[in-house]
Design a protein around this ligand. Structure first.
Ligand code: AP5
Length: 210
């Protein structure tokens, strides 16, 4: 199975990707997590180049993202398939994927209105080393501000400030949303799943469309 998860920031792509990756036994490839890991590695040149772009809620240049994904999907663990969370995000990236000849089985669009996003993202906490995602109200950790598995502290993402969230939403509508039409035009199997409601219920809906 090769799957693309598409949706605005805070739609729950990462949350659903955690479950889907386990359910289908395929790796989750989160471009956001890969870039954040690079930013936190002081010796990483990509990290230096993208730090400000990410903090401001803008998109990292296409060429860099395409190279990152091309390298990642060569890995042995992608032979049985993979789940793309955060790529492609522009028409240029989608065209590069199309040109590479890699067949995609399903594009899952998670739909959440903008009105829900700010509440979701301002309450999000993450365990950075693993990418595990929590929400202070909707999906709290067992112990306040600590990861359930490692008991390490959770953090708030730098781009989860209200102003930056608004910018990221703008970028999504302008640069990423047009991909929905593009996927339809190129006959990808695209399904839309409502992303508001209980996480378990959304998981069930995704399972049924697969
Ligand atoms: P990235 O990390 O990919 O961020 P994003 O797409 O903006 O998505 P998020 O991670 O914010 O949200 P999500 O949909 O995964 O939601 P989550 O499950 O966490 O990218 C970050 C940056 O990297 C970009 O801005 C860009 O600079 C750069 N970048 C990455 N890829 C790129 C690319 N291809 N090209 C160029 N630049 C790129 O859920 C959010 C919160 O809601 C959580 O707290 C969660 O617990 C909660 N929640 C989840 N589901 C529900 C529910 N059903 N009900 C209530 N709460 C819920």
């Amino acid at each position: 199975m090769r799957i693309i998860l598409l949706g605005p920031p805070g739609a729950g792509k990462g949350t659903q990707a955690e479950f889907l990756s386990e359910y289908l036994n395929i790796p989750r490839i989160s471009t956001g997590d890969m870039l954040r890991a690079a930013v936190h590695d002081d010796t990483n040149t990509i990290g230096h180049a993208v730090r400000t772009i990410m903090a401001e809620g803008r998109l990292v240049p296409d060429e860099l993202m395409i190279q990152l994904i091309e390298d990642r999907i060569q890995n042995e663990d992608c032979r049985k398939g993979f789940l793309l969370d955060g790529f492609p995000r522009t028409l240029f990236q989608a065209e590069a994927l199309e040109k590479s000849g890699i067949a995609i089985d399903k594009v899952i669009q998670i739909y959440v209105p903008d009105s829900e996003i700010i509440q979701r993202l301002s309450g999000r906490r993450i365990h950075e080393p693993s990418g595990r995602i929590y929400h202070i109200k909707n999906n709290p950790p067992k112990k306040d501000e600590l990861d359930d598995i490692t008991h390490e502290p959770l953090i708030q993402r730098e781009d989860d400030k209200e102003e930056t969230i608004k910018k990221r939403l703008q970028v999504y509508h302008h640069q990423t949303e047009p991909l929905i039409q593009w996927f339809q035009q190129y006959n990808y199997s695209l399904v839309r799943v409502e992303g508001v409601g209980k996480v378990d219920k959304i998981q069930e809906n995704i399972r049924s469309v697969l």
